[in-house]
Design a protein around this ligand. Structure first.
Ligand SMILES: NC(=O)c1ccc[n+]([C@@H]2O[C@H](COP(=O)([O-])OP(=O)(O)OC[C@H]3O[C@@H](n4cnc5c(N)ncnc54)[C@H](OP(=O)(O)O)[C@@H]3O)[C@@H](O)[C@H]2O)c1
Length: 326
């Protein structure tokens, strides 16, 4: 089978399309024929080993390979078809169209992938192509996980910082579906797209600092590494909630103090990627409440080009790799 592999950390050109052995699923696994995978910011961070927040650099480097990557096929989020089912798996049948997360196993940049049957994988939304569905799990699962923690009430003011990316675009749509008034923060080029998917207000972060606008928000959902914790917390209304997807170590400690000693709550989390959350997203998609915003679809052999696109400031939402012509 074909797979995009990398054998050293570095720029997009370290990605190469190779012929590799097709995986054989164990009794508790399913073999998935991957049709599409999202090329994510996290994939780029793993490829280059450059992270927006650095506190987990050493443990991650030890886990993933000190001098070179131990796993050679990236890709955590995918849509595809079940090719075969291990003896101990009852949840899937050959031919099922599915989407989901490969978790830390990764491997979705390969034509076939063997994953445990109990991973977060469910039936693909019936109204989406494989490419559209592959763009859902990362952004959708993260946005839903955080926004559910905020217990958003109808009419509350929610600000999404870094709204134009994979997580942020789903954040805007999910917050709207929860009845919020949404303010999106990102660069000018994203404004039209963000207003189209539901943003009521917009700040261009290259021109304006939303923490200095005089407005306050019930919820701030923050994807941006290096945001000022104190300025964001000050921009919350009484009983406001600050959701940090990219916290620094010091902000994690400060969040415990804020939540214990003030009427504001600060939350950091790592999305658990639960099956029920992916099913909830599927239902929202089939009910027309949310959709995939895809910047561009690249054939798998142009994975390096796709990574370059993910790393530019031009892209509008997720970038997807397609196996259509393989
Ligand atoms: N906690 C978790 O469980 C978890 C899970 C997955 C990912 N993450 C982290 O969350 C972050 C966001 O992920 P993502 O996949 O959504 O990234 P993404 O697709 O790159 O989106 C980030 C967005 O933020 C914008 N941005 C950059 N600087 C900004 C600023 N100062 N103010 C406002 N917006 C700004 C970017 O715009 P430009 O194009 O202008 O740069 C981009 O549109 C990543 O760093 C990732 O590592 C956390």
């Amino acid at each position: 089978m074909k797979a995009v592999e990398y054998y050293k950390y570095g720029p997009p050109d370290v990605l190469q399309l190779n012929e590799v052995e097709k995986p054989t699923p164990k009794d508790n696994e399913i073999l998935i024929k991957v049709h599409a995978a999202e090329a994510t910011k996290s994939d780029c961070e793993l490829r280059s080993f450059k992270f927006a927040v650095n506190w987990f650099w050493l443990p991650l480097r030890i886990a993933l390979g000190l001098r070179k990557p131990k796993k050679h096929i990236l890709g955590g989020y995918f849509a595809g078809e079940v090719e075969s089912v291990g003896k101990k798996v009852s949840k899937f049948n050959k031919g099922d169209q599915v989407f989901g997360s490969a978790g830390l196993r990764m491997g979705a940049y390969g034509e076939y992938m063997a994953l445990p049957g109990n991973y977060t994988i469910v039936a693909k939304p019936s109204n989406m192509t494989f490419e559209e569905a592959a763009a859902v799990p990362l952004g959708g699962l993260n946005a839903l996980h955080f926004l559910q923690k905020a217990n958003i009430q109808n009419g509350e003011k929610v600000l999404i910082n870094g709204a134009g990316g994979s997580i942020g675009t789903f954040g805007v749509m999910i917050a709207k579906s929860m009845g919020a008034m949404v303010t999106a923060v990102d660069s000018t080029i994203k404004e039209e797209m963000l207003r189209r998917i539901g943003a009521d207000h917009f700040f261009d972060y290259t021109k304006e600092d939303f923490t200095k606008s005089g407005q306050t928000y019930d919820v701030i959902f923050d994807m941006v590494a290096g945001s000022s914790y104190s300025k964001c917390v000050k921009t919350l209304s009484p009983k406001g909630r600050y959701l940090m997807a990219n916290p620094r170590l010091v902000d994690m400690v400060r969040s415990i103090m804020s939540s214990t000693f003030t009427d504001k709550t600060a939350v950091f989390a790592f999305a658990g990627e639960k099956e029920e959350e992916l099913l909830a997203l599927k239902e929202m998609i089939e009910g027309g409440k949310i959709e995939s915003i895809i910047d561009k679809i690249y054939p798998i052999e142009q994975a390096a080009e796709a990574h370059r696109r993910v790393e530019t400031e031009q892209r509008l939402g997720p970038v997807v790799l397609s196996f259509k012509n393989i």
